[in-house]
Design a protein. Structure first.
Length: 189
């Protein structure tokens, strides 16, 4: 999916208002001129496609924002991307965020009440943005990370730790420790 010489800001999800892709397009529009070699790719399908395309067209970004629909090769997009962005207003434990980070991508995400803050270690492997839904705040965070190749690569190198932190073995050990604590038994490490 990658074009040589282009960098990709990647978002993945259902094209639904809760995912905040309209806010993402507005934020990207604020930084696109400063980052002429970066394109925005939004993978997914949904009822917001027409409205999102109108928003892209309204900003004159038809050549810079790509919405290829559903992709069976999401892993290829993670590999081709340079930065992951999660613009959701509400989120659980986002699979796409975990997959992107496990693929070695730093992430910029709104700091929803739940979800991203449990995955991203702010400033270590990504950036949490407040307030949620604020296009200016998201644009500022994207601009900072897109502008600093060294910092983005450093965070991307840390992002892969999500594989261990959310592995089944690790999660089961946390549950075991919790049950041992509740039952008053010494924990087995």
């Amino acid at each position: 999916p990658a074009v040589p010489g282009r960098r990709y800001l990647l978002a993945v999800g259902r094209l639904h208002a809760d995912k905040g892709f309209g806010v993402l397009v507005d934020a990207y529009a604020r930084v696109a001129a400063r980052h002429a070699d970066w394109d925005l790719v939004i993978l997914g399908e949904g009822e917001e496609r027409t409205a999102l395309q109108a928003r892209v067209d309204g900003h004159g970004l038809q050549a810079r924002v790509v919405m290829p629909g559903r992709a069976g090769n999401v892993a290829d997009w993670y590999e081709a991307a340079d930065l992951y962005v999660l613009s959701s207003r509400f989120e659980g434990l986002s699979n796409s965020l975990q997959e992107a980070m496990a693929s070695g991508l730093a992430a910029v995400s709104f700091d929803c009440d739940t979800g991203p803050r449990e995955i991203i270690r702010d400033g270590e492997d990504g950036v949490l943005v407040r307030p949620v839904g604020d296009a200016d705040a998201l644009a500022g965070a994207l601009d900072a990370v897109m502008s600093d190749d060294v910092e983005r690569r450093r965070m991307a190198g840390q992002a892969v730790s999500v594989r261990q932190r959310f592995s089944a073995q690790h999660i089961l050990s946390l549950w075991r420790r919790l049950f041992d604590d509740v039952l008053g038994r010494p924990s087995k490490q």
